[in-house]
Design a protein around this ligand. Structure first.
Ligand code: NAD
Length: 356
């Protein structure tokens, strides 16, 4: 891969390599676009097979964060850090303090947070060296219930678009995965008196927990979740689950859940869903609740304010569904149009000089 060609093609600003000789920290930070504000994105620690895989992952994830932040109405750009290493061996105080020093060296152009294989505890070490970190212990708290809250409002918006009515009590749901986000979503659906809820899981502990705490929801085997005769299918587990095999099985008129990269192939499967007359709530818009919540840490964190911003996912999705209809494109493509429009409009707005 020619990195400069790739950066030019997709509008990247910066790609930084760093190595710390004391701790063996090896990492890459990518800043995609800072038109709206500092680039924010978590630090992922992964034992990549090769450097090329790590760079590509970092570039791809940073770009995704630009669209996610823009579509969420936040004044943030997109960035990401990947660390190359074995999480079972490399993690300690010095390792994350070394990371904090590299984050600090970017002087606020990039803000980090936890991600795969990094925790709030690790971010506390990062914080010893820099203030450009969010998701700290005792601040905005666990993002998952907030992500689930955004998904809940996104489901309501999808129901409104399809049926002209968003009363949860009139509809049935199939939730795939009841981990950090799916569990809270099911609780919210029960509280809103959903007509029927099915769930599936592969972790026996989570199944037990659900049976104990949410007896209103009915367990089904993983392979049966797609073909259920329900109003909403809510993927809250893995990515790439919307593909050639699964899409033809889906009877629900709405797909709306927390899972990242749910479409195996964004273009092909986005259109396949559209052609089957199913409404898909784009993942990076509907699952932005956790990001919106953590964004509020950059100011004085007030939970009510974060919740109010998360509720706006409802209107944002309605706008995206409307773009998709007008332009005759998939909702995923429409979400990208929506995000890019916001970046471009704010950029143009800032073209005149106003002293502040
Ligand atoms: P999680 O790991 O806590 O939960 C996922 C659950 O899905 C687990 O309980 C797992 O056992 C189950 N699962 C895995 N494969 C399954 C299968 N084939 N069938 C049924 N169940 C299966 O993860 P999470 O934090 O709830 O995240 C779920 C998705 O949402 C991920 O794609 C994640 O990237 C995305 N997401 C999460 C957040 C957040 O705040 N946690 C924010 C944005 C996006």
């Amino acid at each position: 891969m020619n990195k400069f060609d790739y950066m030019e093609k997709h509008g990247y600003e910066q790609l930084v390599y760093f190595f710390d000789k004391t701790t063996g920290l090896k990492g890459i930070t990518c800043i995609h676009n800072t038109t709206l504000g500092p680039a924010l994105g978590g630090t992922r620690l992964w034992n990549y097979e090769c450097e090329e895989d790590a760079v590509l992952d970092c570039l791809r994830l940073a770009r995704g964060m630009s669209y996610k932040a823009a579509a969420a109405g936040l004044n943030l750009g997109g960035g990401k850090t990947v660390l190359i290493g074995d999480a079972a061996k490399v993690k300690n105080e010095a390792y994350f303090r070394a990371l904090g020093r590299y984050v600090q060296s970017l002087n606020g152009r990039y803000i980090t947070a936890e991600d795969v294989n990094t925790s709030t505890k690790d971010m506390d070490y990062v914080h010893m060296e820099t203030n450009h970190v969010v998701g700290l212990e005792g601040k905005s708290g666990n993002p998952s219930p907030m992500t689930a809250l955004g998904v809940f409002h996104g489901i309501r918006a999808s129901l409104m678009h399809v049926h002209g009515n968003d009363d949860i009590s009139k509809y049935s749901f199939a939730v795939q995965g009841t981990g950090q986000t799916g569990y809270y979503l099911v609780k919210m659906l029960i509280e809103a008196k959903a007509k029927k809820i099915y769930f599936t899981e592969i972790n026996p502990k989570h199944i037990e927990k659900m049976k104990k705490e949410c007896p209103e929801a009915e367990y089904v085997k993983p392979e049966l979740i797609y073909g259920l005769d329900v109003d909403v299918f809510s993927p809250c587990a893995l990515g790439a689950i919307l593909n050639d095999d699964t899409i033809p099985q889906i009877k629900a008129k709405i797909i709306a859940g927390s899972a990242n990269n749910a479409l195996q192939d964004e273009e092909k499967h986005g259109m396949m869903i559209k052609d089957r007359n199913i409404l898909y709530a784009p993942d990076f818009v509907i699952n932005a609740g956790g990001l919106i919540n953590v964004y509020h840490e950059l100011f004085t964190y007030v939970k009510e304010r974060a919740v109010r911003d998360i509720e706006k996912i409802y209107d944002r999705l309605l706008e995206i569904f409307s773009i998709a209809e007008t332009e005759n494109i998939s909702t995923h493509a429409a979400a990208k149009v929506f995000a890019k429009n916001r970046i471009e409009t704010i950029n143009n707005l800032h073209s005149n000089y106003i002293p502040r």
